[in-house]
Design a protein around this ligand. Structure first.
Ligand SMILES: Cc1cc2nc3c(=O)[nH]c(=O)nc-3n(C[C@H](O)[C@H](O)[C@H](O)COP(=O)(O)O)c2cc1C
Length: 187
């Protein structure tokens, strides 16, 4: 078996029946034995203020530690008004701080999105990719996973039904694992 890759996954939606949370759950089920995908939630991360940086809230400390412990990151995001939800951007901003302690630094990352619209969150993903540049992360380029018309792709319990999406998730996780091993072997 290949070296185990620890992936931290989270969704940029706090909604109980979120399609993006459901997509993340599908990834957990599809992960191979050499990928350990741990899920965390963004609930409880307060709105960022630089005034709080000197006494970082516990939920943020916990989040930053989980990122640091992970070999790689999986972000699953909705699209809100052609961009990423504030909840996701807020969590990203928190973990990038304080200055000199960017938890995202050098982390390989994969992205997926689900939307009830026709484009499956593509515009949010490209906005997110822009932030990843400054965070100095190493994103996977392909496959791109945009789950369009999400209401038709999951059952009422949030189980992913679409076979093609399942295949793409398997491919994405495989690429993330080998990309992570490649980057680690050079350090
Ligand atoms: C504030 C808001 C803005 C939205 N903007 C977009 C958008 O720009 N593009 C899109 O495809 N869907 C948009 N939607 C619809 C979301 O795709 C849909 O609500 C989706 O279910 C959200 O993801 P979730 O199920 O993981 O919570 C928006 C929804 C909300 C609540």
């Amino acid at each position: 078996m290949d070296q185990l890759v620890k992936v931290l996954g989270f969704a940029g939606s706090l909604r109980k029946d979120s399609y993006n949370r459901a997509l993340l759950n599908a990834a957990v089920e599809l992960a191979s034995k050499d990928v350990k995908l741990e899920i965390c939630v963004l609930d409880g991360i307060p709105p960022f203020s630089q005034d709080l940086e000197s006494s970082v809230p516990g939920t943020v400390k916990e989040f930053k530690n989980k990122i640091k412990d992970a070999d790689a990151i999986l972000i699953v995001t909705p699209e809100y008004n052609y961009s990423v939800p504030g909840v996701l951007k807020n969590a990203i901003d928190w973990a990038s701080r304080p200055r000199g302690d960017n938890s995202w630094e050098n982390k390989p990352v994969a992205i997926m999105s689900a939307s009830t619209g026709m484009l499956g969150g593509a515009r949010a993903q490209y906005h997110l990719r822009q932030s990843l540049v400054f965070l100095n992360m190493y994103p996977i380029n392909k496959p791109e996973i945009f789950v369009a018309l999400a209401a038709q792709k999951f059952d009422e319990k949030g189980k992913l039904l679409d076979q093609k999406t399942k295949e793409l998730i398997t491919e994405l996780l495989g690429n993330l694992a080998s990309w992570t091993r490649k980057l680690q072997s050079k350090t």
